[in-house]
Design a protein around this ligand. Structure first.
Ligand SMILES: [Zn+2]
Length: 224
């Protein structure tokens, strides 16, 4: 049986949600400018990580092969706890993994990461427009993404970008709504939740919604 340790790596220091977000934003800037540092990926780091992990962010991202989380944020071993599903959709297993990261590992930042040209969003858009559902379990993708598209349309959104941004906003809101442990962390100021959309075209991870940590010009999610 595989067990997951909550023991914490000796080299890591505690970060606030804002500091964790800053680390991701700075890493993404390095990646965008083709100046990635590929930090903490050497043998010494690998050896240190045998004693435990203390990642500073948990990222729920789309499984799309063009959105590799550690690469686009230029991070290393033990830095990011990553969960990936097509369309960054959630279920109980995803919520359990998020709470393991936040409560079990003390991660201060939750990131929901959607992206440009997302196939899951396109599939839901296609189903809405044609009335045809995909076969097999793929219909779950459509079922879980469609409410985001309806929310986008209710606000006048029609473009793929509108749908992708709203989907990230909806998933972030869903996580805050469904997880009392994450909500508690938000209210205590120990946890932040940020929704981002990754642009395939230029590599930017653009914040679209934030809870518990302020970003200038980015709407704050409602905690009430
Ligand atoms: Zn996708």
């Amino acid at each position: 049986m595989v067990t997951m340790t909550t023991e914490q790596g000796a080299s890591s220091t505690s970060r606030t949600p804002a500091q964790a977000l800053d680390s991701l934003i700075r890493g993404n800037a390095r990646f965008m400018s083709e100046e990635s540092a590929h930090p903490r990926q050497d043998g010494a780091r690998r050896e240190l990580m045998t004693t435990g992990q203390r990642p500073f962010a948990v990222v729920l991202a789309c499984s799309d092969s063009r959105v590799p989380v550690e690469i686009i944020f230029d991070q290393g071993l033990g830095d990011i706890f990553v969960i990936r599903t097509a369309g960054e959709i959630t279920d109980l297993s995803v919520l359990a993994s998020l709470e393991f990261a936040v409560v079990g590992l003390g991660v201060p930042l939750v990131v929901v990461l959607g992206h440009e040209s997302c196939g899951a969003v396109m599939a839901a858009q296609n189903a809405l427009e044609t009335g045809e559902m995909p076969s097999g379990f793929q219909r779950v993708l459509v079922e879980k993404v469609t409410p985001s598209l309806l929310a986008a349309r209710a606000e006048g959104g029609e473009s793929a970008e509108d749908f992708e941004r709203h989907h990230v906003i909806e998933i972030a809101a869903h996580i805050v709504d469904r997880s009392p442990q994450i909500l508690n962390g938000l209210r205590e100021g120990t946890v932040g939740v940020v929704g981002m959309r990754y642009r395939l075209s230029d590599g930017l991870t653009e914040p679209v919604v934030t809870y518990g940590t302020a970003i200038e010009g980015v709407p704050a999610g409602d905690l009430s």
